[in-house]
Design a protein around this ligand. Structure first.
Ligand SMILES: *[C@@H]1O[C@H](CO)[C@@H](O)[C@H](O)[C@H]1NC(C)=O
Ligand SMILES: *[C@@H]1O[C@H](CO)[C@@H](O)[C@H](O)[C@H]1NC(C)=O
Ligand SMILES: *[C@@H]1O[C@H](CO)[C@@H](O)[C@H](O)[C@H]1NC(C)=O
Ligand SMILES: *[C@@H]1O[C@H](CO)[C@@H](O)[C@H](O)[C@H]1NC(C)=O
Ligand SMILES: *[C@@H]1O[C@H](CO)[C@@H](O)[C@H](O)[C@H]1NC(C)=O
Ligand SMILES: *[C@@H]1O[C@H](CO)[C@@H](O)[C@H](O)[C@H]1NC(C)=O
Ligand SMILES: *[C@@H]1O[C@H](CO)[C@@H](O)[C@H](O)[C@H]1NC(C)=O
Length: 383
């Protein structure tokens, strides 16, 4: 009789913590919380790192099927193999800038010279790849630049940001921007126009990368891009890993001001797959808030935001914060964003260089080059 009462008192005490008070997955998942006369389980949301009572609709953003309800499912994300490296970030921001140049209108030898000067004479350009993205407007190309460094045992794949006429003149632009479609390499859904761009460019990159990783099998593959190119970098990397074109261990993703790519299902499975993925953001970059939840309530950022709360052009010594949750965290972009877009428009270009879409072009001379058709639908300019 007495013992039974003690057990009841103890269990009331142990259930006294509300689910929201648990701050880590292990203590949250599997805990119970008394609601009136029944016990409810607590669930952990790996996207927001918050605990909630099962069935409650507030307190975090995880859908039911993405919530963790048992402590033994907690360790689902691998630690990145390499820590965030701000010097590498600066270098990859410049590679992202190179993806913006139009190789057809530049002197070819001046492109390689600029690469030599900017990257310590250690990289050889392999090819510019251009795939038809006509759905995005006439004569539009989705572009990637691929380079290798034998001395550093690295391959770089940099994806171009926003294309010229794409956002204003694209056919069916509204549904391309609002419809979601499945993305099988990860799971979850992504915005239709991201899928269309990816589908055009991926086969070109894949076949070139296969050739490169055959001769450099242990190379680290750095996949990078700015803004729209950052979204493409995430899709590209996930697909490479799924197809085993590059090993999961060796793929590193650095994006600069990437908008949201897909829904929570996409973010969840991308996060589990891409261990070495860094999503660099900066103060008042509205592009990095693209696919915003007020317009696309289903879109959600991927993990490992690296936030620079600095008003000027950051460099490799500037302070940054590595955010723990996917989005909505105090002291990270969304929390600090000034939505007065007129004031901040230029910030979208300010990643390690004053203007990421212009920087590399400044070191090159004008010229004329033709691109040739190779590998089915891919246009290429080999070096
Ligand atoms: C590119 O520039 C180099 C050196 O300035 C020059 O020798 C070469 O003719 C130029 N090539 C083209 C295709 O214009
Ligand atoms: C530049 O390259 C040289 C030789 O290839 C190397 O010793 C040096 O560490 C490199 N510097 C940087 C900053 O990467
Ligand atoms: C779609 O394109 C039309 C012009 O073709 C333009 O007026 C409209 O603003 C565009 N819509 C979006 C959402 O970009
Ligand atoms: C977008 O979705 C709507 C409604 O489901 C559909 O009618 C339309 O054809 C879709 N657009 C594209 C480009 O797939
Ligand atoms: C690097 O950024 C810091 C601000 O974080 C600034 O004070 C410093 O002058 C910058 N250094 C260079 C070389 O631009
Ligand atoms: C950067 O360059 C683009 C053109 O490539 C231009 O539209 C934009 O205004 C520039 N931004 C800044 C901040 O200079
Ligand atoms: C490129 O070719 C066009 C047409 O042949 C010519 O008008 C133009 O001057 C050339 N540009 C350069 C920089 O050589």
């Amino acid at each position: 009789m007495f013992a039974r009462e003690i057990v009841v008192v103890l269990s009331v005490l142990s259930a006294a913590l509300c689910c929201v008070e648990y701050k880590d997955c292990e203590s949250c998942a599997g805990s119970e919380h008394r609601v009136r006369f029944s016990m409810k389980s607590c669930e952990w949301c790996p996207l927001t790192l918050k605990c909630r009572t099962q069935g409650s609709v507030f307190a975090n953003h995880c859908d039911r099927d993405l919530s963790v309800g048992a402590a033994d499912l907690c360790g689902w994300i691998e630690e990145p193999r390499m820590k965030y490296d701000s010097q590498l970030a600066e270098e990859l921001a410049k590679w992202s800038s190179l993806a913006y140049v139009d190789p057809r209108k530049l002197n070819k030898s001046s492109i390689q010279s600029a690469v030599d000067a900017q990257f310590n004479n250690s990289y050889q350009l392999v090819e510019f790849l251009m795939a038809d993205c006509d759905w995005a407007g006439d004569e539009n190309y989705c572009k990637a630049v691929v380079a290798k460094s034998e001395s550093q045992n690295r391959i770089v794949v940099a994806l171009e940001g926003t294309f010229s006429s794409y956002q204003s003149h694209g056919k069916d632009n509204r549904t391309y921007f609002t419809n979601m479609t499945t993305f099988s390499p990860t799971g979850g859904k992504i915005l239709l126009y991201r899928k269309a761009a990816h589908d055009s460019l991926y086969p070109c990159v894949k076949s070139l990368l296969k050739e490169l990783t055959t001769t450099m099998p242990t190379a680290e593959v750095m996949v990078t891009g700015h803004a729209f190119g950052g979204a493409q970098a995430q899709l590209m990397a996930a697909h490479m890993i799924t197809n085993d074109v590059a090993s999961r261990r060796n793929v590193h993703i650095y994006t600069f001001g990437s908008p949201r790519v897909g829904d929570k299902g996409f973010a969840y499975s991308y996060d589990r797959m891409a261990d070495n993925s860094w999503r660099v953001t900066r103060r008042n970059d509205f592009m990095a808030l693209g696919g915003a939840r007020d317009v696309f309530p289903f879109c959600f950022h991927t993990r490992r935001e690296v936030y620079y709360d600095y008003p000027g052009v950051m460099n490799s010594t500037t302070d940054y914060k590595i955010c723990d949750s996917n989005e909505g965290e105090e002291g990270c972009l969304e929390d600090r964003a000034d939505m007065e877009r007129g004031v901040i428009a230029g910030n979208l270009y300010r990643y390690f260089v004053p203007n990421i879409s212009e920087y590399m072009k400044n070191f090159m001379k004008a010229g004329n080059n033709t691109i040739t058709k190779r590998r089915a639908t891919c246009h290429t300019m080999p070096f």
